[in-house]
Design a binder for this molecule. Structure first.
Ligand SMILES: *Cc1c(COP(=O)(O)O)cnc(C)c1O
Length: 380
């Protein structure tokens, strides 16, 4: 079956109790045993819950995996994946990452006796040189946030496979609709479902998807043991959002590309970082690896940080807020908002300038979005 069909039907037959067409919210902590030593399919909601199972099965199908796991937040998914590592292991991780992942790796993972190397994975030789005998995980994110740099997932997976090292890709920005890391040889896909997968800015959640049975078993064990799973009501909301993912992503993609082209032509803008533009240095990789670009990208102001602040305060439809991937348009300042969890030196080293703005283009009418940016730029 195709993506649009799977997103509505995978893991979601009529409910066995009453034939409910949509998966009901099993808002329950525990399930009756059939007899002593004879649990039914579910016994306790931390270990498994029917509403959660519907979402997990649907996400696994969309990513081309065999097992999905959902978590209370995207960061809970990150923390659970990092729990695959033990003291003495070595983690190779990209140096341009979601700020919360950077904070968790530097403040928590490194303090647990795990050796961490942050490297620029656009350079494949650097990855080869960084791998050690004890390297147990290679962690990627593409496109990166907020710089919109891309990593060549097939090439990285091939290097990792030579050394039998598992790889992970944070696929939050593109979703399985536009990018399929498992098909490119990556072992674990991660999502903050808070973003496009739920898509309505009303839930926090995360997910991991794998196809290897041993990895699935270990992640299932960790989800149950750490208790990082997602609650049934939130699973229901994410599942509802997921049904319209394909139509939403098409709309985000079209609007964002139109906004990027509009901004690129304006004298107030110093540069636009959008992998769908011919000016993006990795545009060829984007076309090879991704089927679309999503709705989030960044740009820098010719007038510096002051011009950025003026624009941020003058847009009316684009709300000044963190996060991305909802139906409504948002605008934010990575330097002082989403990436403040990285120390200033790390922000500078990553190349995040103070005049940079990130926008999450929603699915409103594109002319209203362009009018809003036009009035905000003209006044600034
Ligand atoms: C938001 C985000 C996360 C963290 O997810 P939460 O749901 O906020 O905990 C991780 N990775 C990326 C790329 C994100 O955008």
């Amino acid at each position: 079956m195709r993506f649009e069909t799977l997103s509505i039907h995978a893991g979601q037959g009529p409910d066995p109790a009453y034939g409910a067409v949509m998966p009901p919210i099993y808002q329950v902590s525990t399930f009756a045993f059939e007899g002593v030593g004879k649990p039914g399919e579910f016994d306790y909601s931390r270990s498994g819950n029917p509403t959660r199972k519907a979402l997990e099965s649907c996400l696994a199908a969309l990513e081309g995996g065999t097992s999905g796991f959902v978590f209370g937040t995207g960061m809970a998914a990150v923390a659970t994946a990092l729990s695959l590592l033990r003291a003495g292991d070595h983690l190779v991780i990209h140096n341009d990452l979601y700020g919360g992942t950077y904070r968790l790796v530097t403040e928590v993972t490194a303090a647990q006796g795990i050796d961490v190397s942050f490297v620029d994975m656009r350079n494949l030789d650097v990855i080869r040189e960084t791998i050690q005998d004890n390297t147990r995980l290679i962690w990627t994110e593409t496109p990166t946030n907020p710089l919109m740099n891309l990593l060549d997932l097939a090439a990285i997976a091939a290097i990792a496979q030579e050394h039998a090292i598992p790889t992970l890709c944070d696929n939050t920005f593109l979703t399985p609709y536009y990018q399929n890391p498992l098909a490119l040889g990556i072992d674990i896909v991660l999502h903050s479902t808070t973003k496009y997968i739920n898509g309505h800015s009303d839930v926090i959640g995360g997910a991991l998807v794998v196809k290897d049975a041993a990895l699935a078993e270990r992640i299932g064990f960790l989800q149950n043991t750490l208790g990082s799973c997602q609650a049934p009501f939130d699973c229901f909301l994410v599942l509802r959002g997921l049904k319209t993912l394909a139509v939403r992503m098409d709309a985000h993609n079209k609007n964002a590309l139109a906004v990027a082209r509009f901004l690129e032509a304006r004298p107030e803008i110093r540069c636009v970082l959008h992998p769908g533009l011919e000016s993006h240095p990795q545009h060829a990789l984007a076309q090879r690896q991704m089927r679309g670009y999503g709705g989030t990208f960044s740009f820098c102001m010719a007038g510096g940080a002051d011009a950025a602040f003026r624009l941020l305060e003058r847009t009316k439809l684009f709300t000044l807020a963190e996060s991305l991937g909802g139906v409504e348009s948002l605008i934010e300042h990575p330097w002082s908002m989403t990436h403040v969890s990285m120390p200033e030196s790390a922000r500078r080293a990553a190349g995040i300038p103070e005049d940079m703005i990130r926008i999450s283009v929603g699915i409103e009418h594109v002319d209203d979005l362009l009018d809003d940016l036009e009035q905000a730029l003209s006044d600034s």
